[in-house]
Design a protein around this ligand. Sequence first.
Ligand SMILES: C[S@@+](CC[C@H](N)C(=O)[O-])C[C@H]1O[C@@H](n2cnc3c(N)ncnc32)[C@H](O)[C@@H]1O
Length: 197
Amino acid sequence: MFEDIFKRIKNKNEHKSTTSLKFKEDLVSFILKNNIEGNFLEIGTNRGYTTAILAGVAKVLNKVVYSFDNNLEVLKEAKNLFQECKLDNCFLINKDIYKEPWGLNKDFGLVLIDAVHEQKAFSSDLLNTEKILLNNGFIVVHDFGLENKYGRPIYEVLHKNKNKYEIIRYIGEKSDWNPLGTGKAVDFEGVIIKILE
Ligand SMILES: C[S@@+](CC[C@H](N)C(=O)[O-])C[C@H]1O[C@@H](n2cnc3c(N)ncnc32)[C@H](O)[C@@H]1O
């Protein structure tokens, strides 16, 4: 099943908004090695290239994936991809996550944050995630090592809140992972964190 999904999705050097194949592989491997309770949520679907991988691994574990995006056009493409991959466990939610309540129950063991890369938006994503993350749940953040016109948004928010979030591991590419995107890759692509008690 994973082979079929990996054949249909894109790497970050082919589509600027997605994650690298290494990030996707590391994510699958992390999920399979950890006994994660609850379902999965992605913040920022885009064309569904990472959602499809999450859904593939979720299917093996009898879970479902929810994913938010405010762009209906990309969600249509994501839906087509899930049909091609025969993934029936993805629920796409079209909403503006910074203006509307998320409206989800506390039922998630893993949340992937990959929406707007600036401090205020990322802080809001973290606070909303906390409300729906089960105890011992994991937060995966893309673009940890991104430096853009806002500085290093992900790193800076996590650094300011280091008493609150524990870095479990870095995932994805270590360098040169953003050839098509805006901003520079100055550190690892992704990070997995836990909320400290
Ligand atoms: C970097 S892309 C996500 C890439 C995707 N996770 C992947 O790996 O292919 C960020 C997405 O966040 C969405 N987004 C931006 N602002 C948003 C908002 N206010 N509400 C919901 N989604 C938003 C964009 O439409 C875009 O598709």
